[in-house]
Ligand binder design. Sequence first.
Ligand SMILES: Nc1nc2c(c(=O)[nH]1)N[C@H]1C(S)=C(S)[C@@H](COP(=O)(O)O)O[C@H]1N2
Ligand SMILES: [Mo]
Length: 545
Amino acid sequence: MAGVSEDREVPVPEAGRSKGPGRVGRASLGALSGLITGLAALCSAELVSPAVRPEASPVTAVGGAVVDRTPPWLKDFAVRHFGTDDKLVLQLGILALLSVFAMAVGVAALRHRKAGSAAVLLFGAVGAMAAAGRPDGGPLDALPSVVGGLLGCGVLYLLSGRPALRPSRTVGVAGGKDGTPGAFDRRGFVVAATAAVAASAGAGVLGLRLNASGAAEAAAARKDIVIPRPASYARPIPAGADLRIHGLIPFTTPTKDFYRVDTALVVPKVDARNWQLRIHGKGVSKPMTVSYHDLLQRELIERDITLTCVSNQVGGPYVGNARWTGVRLADLLSEAGVKPPSEGGPADQLVARSVDGMTIGSPVDTVMDGRDAMLVLGMNGEPLPFAHGFPVRMLVPGLYGYVSACKWLTDLELTTFDDYDAYWVKRTWSRRAPIKTESRIDTPRPFASPAAGKVPVAGVAWAQHRGIAEVQVRVDGGTWHTAELAAEDTKDTWRQWMWEWPATPGSHTIEVRATDRDGCTQTDKRVGTVPDGATGWHSVVVAVT
Ligand SMILES: Nc1nc2c(c(=O)[nH]1)N[C@H]1C(S)=C(S)[C@@H](COP(=O)(O)O)O[C@H]1N2
Ligand SMILES: [Mo]
């Protein structure tokens, strides 16, 4: 086809063959070839990835590898400034960086055709290493990147070989002396480039569709799930647990507002029908493998539990309270023959492993000390949402999420803290991390300007599995006032509080501190989130009018 149309164009030199573009024009075309190369590489990789798994596609794999290597302070920074959007920001950043490199390689390929094309292979290698090196990665995960790299290499080699891009010596009528721009086969370049873009887009869309189809099946299967009635219901929430003050977070966090913190760039969409959980390791006399169906058949408990992230800054949003339904973890472990160290068991660490390779270690003694540690199936009256760990996650009241709340759970191994460091521990976070007693001012908001007079100051306080005994508020470093506490639901849930402030005009600083039922009052000493949770008093500055 191309040949035919080219022949036809011969009598019209301006359209088919014209003087080549200048230096800048050529560089632009080189950059464009680079971009097309990148597109072709990524799209072909996307098309191959469903054959392995969605997470093996290069941008996701490289993003995941970046997440794995992100130092705690940077992770904290990202979580603080972008929230759950940190993942979108990361992937867009990788795409932007890749585009810049692609353009540079495209320009370089004008002069060094083979070297430029070979450089594309290098990018494929980076993707391949990232994918295979993820905690849950294997050699097969390298396949999409390898294919993308090879294809991209070929595309760049072809594109950079178009006469349009070469300072031609011989081609065409206008060419003359060595190195001068010769005839410009614009049509040829446009045809090749368009074909590459079209083929890439087709491959990319098909790949995305195939990747989505597995997820769609899992989602359809999830819709059919009905969590049976629990054998043990949650205690009804006392009438006075929610003070219903404007600006104060509700007692039960709606699922859509529940914070999300994890390393997954693609939320795993596990099909519950194929899901299995293995329980094995030190001191497990009866290793078990249970299915989702098995868990649904067991006695279920329902509990209100407040979950907190260790990355939550003083006053931060990474805390939420929900109603969870699931199986008592201690019962399951006992059935497997597990004894806690306090009863002579050989394992002091329970390592939970997720389908995406996350590992989270919890103390066996804590999990089996009678608290409502559970394998969660339901959240706020429906099957767990995918983002919160469907089909099954762990939850241990009183422990930060990173040492207790493994989502997309698939394996429980009994081991020791001496023998094994879980994912976050390898990244400088503490092995053991009970949730610290904390309090937060929700209203007034920082820099609010309430009218002088009675201003409700309200917020939440939490000290999971100890309970909140008292909350105090002070203004401008004055005397502490005891806040009114909302009715206590359980010691595993947060507690709202309120103090009516007789506010006078001017700028004021409000501070809060809580005391737990162990009698410990929050320290004013400010420490950051690493390695085991932030401390300090939350304060808010307002300008009363
Ligand atoms: N598989 C997996 N589980 C995980 C994590 C993760 O990154 N991957 N993050 C943990 C952390 S740090 C917290 S605070 C909780 C957050 O749970 P949520 O996203 O449902 O609020 O999940 C925990 N479970
Ligand atoms: Mo966390």
